[in-house]
Ligand binder design. Structure first.
Ligand code: URA
Length: 434
């Protein structure tokens, strides 16, 4: 078999066989197939798509490309959560401690930034000393001891996805249904949780811009998960504007801490409560969603969720004082207001552009080797449906480079559309696929 022939077949709109998919995933994982051939193939997949059968084969080949985690040493029903990626999507930072504080063992596998979206691990590294490159033994012991751990993808866990993820991030080949479904589900299956709650984003800041495509992606992933014996459910949520107000690593950490303190943006809190309710029910810690929601609100109000975050940060080498004093987290040198040049109701925000503004400031990677700047980003003050006067602040921008600040500011202003008529934003939760 030759990689060249496989690329040609997909370029000509052919469907790849299981043998061909196994061959290319094995060859890429071992380093026998170079990045440039894999880039050509992923671009061909982007344009010519994959069938559900090809996607399933790709998922299983990637899940089997390394070790399968055995979490049986952790007591109770282990629940994992994964988002398809969005702008300002800091959900895991607040949600995982909330759920763990309710008593659900949360053994979560997270990733880094991808395309215009941020990643949980990059955000968590805003805490001095915090790291996710822990051994499986540490991961399992920590969940048994304190009920929570977030680990980065080890070299041994779905290594094919690890390599492909980094490649797609810098080759504009992220937003394809089969590549997303196989990327997420291969690591979820390899990571060993009993139940999986998926947050499938939809809208201009998501990889799936159209609602029907997001539902199709959700159905594909739920079918793969349930077919593999893991109870899987997907919540389709809005990403037609950033989630919450903060976009950028340390800024998002601060917003998650605010939320665990009982404040924070309403949409962000609501999404955490919705996803959390499904996780708590799946773990058998509540009889229904209503009871689960009450338990989650209780751990915010009594401070147990915030304490769980602090315990978790410390257990993985981080500085827990920063949880109680978020002003100690990385800060940018320049902080400026972005003033509106127009007046009216905000009718649209090109959400991926807001993510790109954060990348321009240094909050994401340009190449696989790039270092990111944890302190930069934006804090929005106005979102869809809000009325804005001319020269009123739309957002605060945090930067370490004045040239980048100017470029980001211009793109930010161009991402907003105004109308003279009152405008109501679409609902946060668009549907559930079980
Ligand atoms: N999250 C992932 O892990 N993979 C994708 O492809 C998209 C979001």
């Amino acid at each position: 078999m030759r990689m060249y022939d496989i690329i040609m077949k997909k370029r000509n709109k052919g469907a790849l066989s299981k043998e061909e998919i196994d061959f290319l995933i094995e060859g890429y994982t071992k380093g026998e197939i170079p990045d440039y051939q894999m880039s050509a193939l992923t671009m061909a997949i982007f344009f010519n798509k994959m069938t559900a059968e090809e996607t399933l084969h790709l998922t299983m080949a990637m899940a089997n490309s390394g070790d399968m985690l055995d979490l049986s040493a952790i007591k109770g029903v282990k629940v994992d959560k994964h988002s398809t990626g969005g702008v300002g999507d800091k959900t895991s930072l607040a949600l995982i401690p909330m759920v763990a504080a309710v008593g659900v063992p949360t053994a979560k596998m997270s990733g880094r930034g991808l395309g215009h979206t941020g990643g949980t691990i990059d955000k968590l590294e805003s805490f001095t000393g915090f790291h996710t490159d822990i051994s499986t033994e540490h991961f399992v012991n920590q969940v048994n001891r304190i009920g929570i751990s977030i680990m980065g993808q080890t070299a041994d866990l779905a290594p094919a996805d690890k390599k492909l993820y980094a490649l797609r991030d810098v080759t504009a080949t992220v937003d394809n249904m089969s590549l997303i479904a196989s990327s997420i589900m291969s690591k979820k299956l390899a990571a060993g949780a009993d139940a999986i709650v998926l947050d499938v984003k939809t809208g201009s800041g998501a990889f799936m811009k159209k609602e029907e495509d997001s539902f199709a992606l959700a159905r594909e992933m739920v079918t793969i998960g349930n077919g593999a014996g893991r109870r899987t459910i997907a919540v389709i949520s809005d990403m037609d504007q950033p989630l919450g107000y903060a976009v950028g690593n340390a800024l998002e950490v601060k917003e998650a801490i605010d939320t665990l303190n009982g404040a924070g943006p309403a949409d962000f809190r609501e999404l955490c409560l919705t996803l959390g309710s499904y996780m708590v029910v799946a773990a058998g810690k509540a009889a229904n969603k209503e009871e689960a929601r009450e338990k989650l609100i209780e751990v915010i109000e009594n401070g147990k969720a915030l304490a769980k975050l602090a315990e978790f940060i410390e257990a993985q080498g981080g500085t827990k004082e920063e949880v109680y004093h978020p002003e100690l987290l990385p800060k940018a040198q320049y902080v400026q207001e972005i003033l509106s040049e127009e007046e009216g109701y905000i009718s649209a925000i090109v959400c991926d552009e807001i993510g790109i503004c954060s990348l321009i400031l240094g909050g994401g990677r340009e190449t696989k080797e790039s270092e990111i700047d944890l302190s930069v980003g934006l804090v929005l003050h106005k979102k869809k449906g809000d009325y804005v006067k001319k020269s009123e602040s739309l957002a605060t921008i945090h930067a370490n480079d004045l040239e980048k600040l100017e470029v980001a500011k211009k793109r930010f202003l161009a991402a907003y559309t105004f109308t003279t008529k009152e405008f109501e934003a679409e609902p946060l939760i668009r549907g559930i696929v079980e």
